[in-house]
Design a protein around this ligand. Structure first.
Ligand code: AMP
Length: 213
């Protein structure tokens, strides 16, 4: 089964994706993180990606296409894939559909974790990350045991470089303009599962499993 999980920034996609990947034994493609990993390398590609991410805009189709080619090897479709944060614009859907078709596969279900823009801003402003091990915390929902220090490394937590208020608003604007049409596309296809993302993690997870069945 190939599943996509979409929703505004901070809707809890990563948390639900982690639970789903374990439960359904899927391969996991988290586009934002793959791109951040590439951006952290001192290469020309890394520099290009950093520029897009810092501005809060979508990385170019050319780069996305390259990332997909290196990640989506034939074997992966035997298992099924959970796509997190991809596709985020209509052109990316067509790209993914083409790749899947070439591998005799298709998109089976799309999970839409819906939260309000106000909640998204509230959650993202409180997000912190450990610069050493990349563990994520949230001062509202998953605070570190000691103020502003990573539970594992004891290192001072930082904000992601695209999580100042201005860039968060920009990313949400991109989401509104580019990603909401993607959600509509899947709704019209009849494969969209919509879940209220402002509920507790376990309730959301159970609702997703029920609706996938
Ligand atoms: P995220 O952590 O998922 O919010 O992604 C952070 C940033 O990575 C975005 O603001 C984009 O610059 C880039 N990004 C993530 N997913 C995509 C995608 N599907 N297409 C283009 N850029 C992406």
């Amino acid at each position: 089964m190939n599943i996509i999980i979409l929703g505004p920034q901070g809707s809890g996609k990563g948390t639900q994706a982690e639970l789903l990947v374990k439960k359904l034994d899927l391969a996991y493609l988290e586009m934002g993180n793959i791109l951040r990993d590439l951006a952290s390398q001192k290469t020309i590609l890394g520099e290009k990606i950093t520029k897009f991410q810092k501005e809060g805009i979508l990385v170019s189709d050319e780069i996305i296409s390259e990332v997909l080619k290196s990640f989506l090897k034939k074997e992966i479709f035997k298992k099924g894939v959970l796509f997190d944060g991809f596709p985020r614009k209509l052109d990316q859907i067509y790209l993914l559909e083409k790749i899947l078709k070439n591998n005799q596969a298709k998109i089976d279900k799309v999970i839409f974790l819906n939260i309000s823009f106000e909640e998204s801003i509230r959650r993202l402003t409180a997000r912190r990350v450990c610069p050493k091990c990349d563990r994520e915390f949230n001062l509202l929902t998953v605070p570190p045991k000691k103020e502003n220090l990573c539970d594992d490394c004891g290192v001072q937590l930082i904000k992601r470089n695209d999580e100042d208020e201005e860039t968060i608003k920009k990313r949400l604007e991109v989401y509104r303009k580019e990603t909401l049409p993607v959600i509509d596309y899947f709704r019209q296809k009849g494969i969209l599962i919509e879940v209220n993302g402002e509920q507790p993690v376990e309730i959301i997870f159970q609702e997703i499993l029920r609706k996938l069945a």
